[in-house]
Design a protein around this ligand. Structure first.
Ligand code: NAP
Length: 294
């Protein structure tokens, strides 16, 4: 498969490039400065020149707190930019796999969210990503799969696992929020899921393969429990670890309000696309080992 992916150094794009090349696919990242989603006119020709079988829309404005002060930029990239990628895919007659987020929900439900549950973002980032889903469906409805992922970490870019290991290098105790729960998901597993979905879209026009899907690792955790597991894995590998002091979200105020319940039910994508992600513990241990080795 020839794959074009938006972004260059992000967690998902880096993981996808690694996994796609191992699987023998031809993959071309489309990133700044040549392709800037805030300037969608930079996209169309670049994508046409590559001539891909499928485009993966993995680039996004992901600074959740900064977005509260930069709503125009967040919407330009996450809504208008995503819509432009979908329009370019439609023009080329190829499918698009677009990445979205658990932050489209308000987190008030007391069970994992289904794709059919009402959305209600609590901040600018979530609202911009929801607008992006709508823009993708408006421009490429018959050939788009939107994959909502959550709590992403990887050996690449910035993420919670890396932050915890960095803080533990010079602190004995770290306060971590214990009342937000979600599904920590490795970008490497996300990459494998994207490749499976992309292959299905390229091979099969079945409309049930299109639409919105949740795609997270099995198992759930609070940020505090996730941190404890990271430190246990790090200590096993001779890396830094620290005591975790569980705190409520109220004691860690941030510009953007996060959903308390970020859990997504990923059974639909397992049934329809055959993508069932493993439990997060093993994937996290592998990422920690890679980070320690580096
Ligand atoms: N991180 C999470 O916890 C999380 C959770 C749920 C959903 N998601 C979604 O998953 C997807 C991938 O996230 P990620 O964790 O890989 O994000 P990330 O590590 O922050 O990477 C974001 C990517 O987007 C690119 N980008 C940002 N603004 C751009 C612009 N104006 N033009 C072109 N490229 C631009 C970045 O470019 P550079 O390469 O130049 O830096 C980078 O490659 C996104 O759709 C995100 O919304 C992420």
């Amino acid at each position: 498969m020839k794959i074009a992916v938006t972004g260059r150094h992000g967690q998902v794009v880096s993981s996808l490039v690694e996994r796609a090349r191992v699987a023998g696919h031809d993959i071309v990242p489309l990133g700044r400065p040549e392709v800037d989603l805030a300037k969608p006119q930079t996209l169309g020709d670049a994508l046409a020149l590559i001539g891909p079988d499928v485009v993966v829309s993995a680039a996004a404005y992901t600074a959740v707190d900064k977005a509260e002060a930069e709503p125009d930029m967040a919407h330009a990239v996450n809504a208008d930019g995503a819509g432009a990628v979908a329009a370019a895919a439609e023009q080329l007659g190829i499918p698009i796999v677009h990445l979205s987020t658990d932050y489209v929900f308000d987190g008030h439900l007391h069970r994992p969210y289904y794709e059919s549950d009402p959305t209600g973002p609590t901040g600018v980032y979530g609202a911009s990503k929801l607008a992006g889903e709508k823009a993708v469906l408006a421009n490429c409805a018959r050939n788009a799969a939107i994959l909502r992922v959550a709590w992403v970490y990887s050996p690449f870019g910035g993420n919670f696992v890396k932050t915890m290991l960095r803080l533990a290098a010079d602190r004995d105790e770290i306060a971590v929020v214990a009342d937000q729960i979600g599904n920590p998901t490795s970008a490497l597993d996300i990459a494998d899921g994207i490749l499976a979905v992309a292959g299905n879209l390229v091979d099969n026009p079945d409309p049930t393969l299109r639409g919105v899907f949740h795609m997270t690792a099995a198992g759930e955790a609070s940020w505090a429990a996730f941190a404890q597991a990271i430190f246990a894995a790090s200590a096993m590998g001779g890396g830094p670890s620290a005591r975790v002091r569980p705190i409520p979200s109220a004691d860690y105020p941030t510009p953007a309000i996060r959903p308390m319940n970020s859990r997504l039910d990923s059974s639909l994508i397992a049934r329809v696309h055959g993508v069932a992600m493993p439990d997060w513990h093993g994937a996290m241990e592998q990422v920690v080992q890679r980070l320690l080795a580096a």
